[in-house]
Design a protein around this ligand. Structure first.
Ligand code: AMP
Ligand code: MN
Ligand code: MN
Length: 302
């Protein structure tokens, strides 16, 4: 069984699907567990029709549970059955992974969990089919922001080229993930950016999306994805924050321009991620989150 993190992205899902497709080609029985529904923009990926919150009733006791792209197993959500640690394989590239598995394959320098999976597939000598290549390229394009972020190394570009040579459908990925936005999503970006504030002498840009704003734009949580990158891209900004105050919690997305370690800032508040991109669920209301996140960022040099 492959397990994706809550609010799944193209990395957690693409990595699981790539490994699942490969193991199926070896005749293994494969399932995919994910607490939340497959986001609209990832439904082009092969095998997503088999991704569900449900767990098959007839799973053997020695079923291997593979957790992908999560720094801690709590990121899988609340609907997993009890799983013995010896049945857990943890594949990840986050900083500060809690190594919750019996086996932990953690490569912090990899651009995506998908490229960690690719290393495993190569070691196993499993053929990388066009479908698998599309999944792996999706993980890379998701976590590099379509080759924009600083984790886009020469190696990442070489692997991406190799995935294209093996049949990865890059135009399909670009279309589904980075184009063809719902009008509601574009309206939401406009509203959230219009409400943004630039503080700390221009080094900190932040905004809030709440229930009312979602409703006004006819948007939902999936439409919030690209907002924070607009804040981070403002000249002089060292750190950007998006406060998502809906669905009964305050979730925060943090981005850095290279100076502030937002993973460390998020970790002090119970979250995690990477140096340049992290997230957390704030244990308090919006006002407290705004104060707490600023303090955590300042402690990291903002
Ligand atoms: P996001 O802002 O949701 O795109 O997340 C950015 C990065 O932070 C990703 O690598 C996530 O896996 C990580 N992240 C987001 N939320 C959390 C959380 N509550 N706990 C740990 N890591 C998180
Ligand atoms: Mn992820
Ligand atoms: Mn990732």
């Amino acid at each position: 069984m492959f397990v994706s993190h809550v609010k799944p992205d193209g990395d957690t899902l693409g990595a699981g699907l790539a490994l699942g497709l490969a193991l199926k080609s070896l005749g293994k029985r494969v399932g995919y567990f994910q607490q939340d529904a497959v986001p609209r923009n990832l439904r082009f990926l092969p095998d997503t029709e088999f991704v569900a919150r449900a767990v098959p009733a007839d799973l053997p006791k020695d079923t291997l549970w593979v957790f992908g792209d999560m720094s801690d197993f709590s990121r899988a959500g609340e609907y997993l059955p009890q799983i013995a640690r010896e049945n857990m394989l943890n594949i990840d590239h986050h900083l500060g992974n809690s190594k919750f598995g019996f086996l932990n394959y953690i490569l912090e320098t990899e651009a995506s969990t998908g490229t960690c999976v690719l290393r495993i597939l190569k070691a196993m000598n499993v053929p990388v089919t066009p479908d698998i290549a599309t999944c792996i390229l999706t993980t890379i394009m998701t976590d590099t922001g379509a080759f924009m972020h600083t984790n886009t190394t020469a190696d990442v570009l070489r692997i991406s080229a190799e995935m294209m040579e093996r049949g990865a459908d890059k135009p399909l990925i670009t279309d589904w993930i980075f184009a063809n936005k719902r009008f509601a999503a574009t309206k939401l970006v406009a509203n959230a950016v219009a409400a943004a504030r630039l503080e700390e002498d221009g080094r900190y840009c932040w905004t809030v999306v709440d229930e009312a704003m979602l409703k006004a734009c006819n948007a939902d949580g999936e439409d919030t994805e690209e907002i924070v990158q607009h804040l981070r891209a403002v000249e002089g900004v060292e750190a950007a924050a998006l406060f998502k105050d809906f669905d009964g919690a305050v979730r925060v997305s943090l981005r850095s321009s290279g100076k502030v370690n937002v993973q460390a800032a998020a970790a002090t508040l119970g979250g995690g991620g990477h140096f340049m991109a992290s997230g957390l669920t704030y244990p308090g209301d919006l006002d407290a989150a705004i104060v707490g996140v600023r303090a955590a960022l300042k402690a990291e040099g903002l």
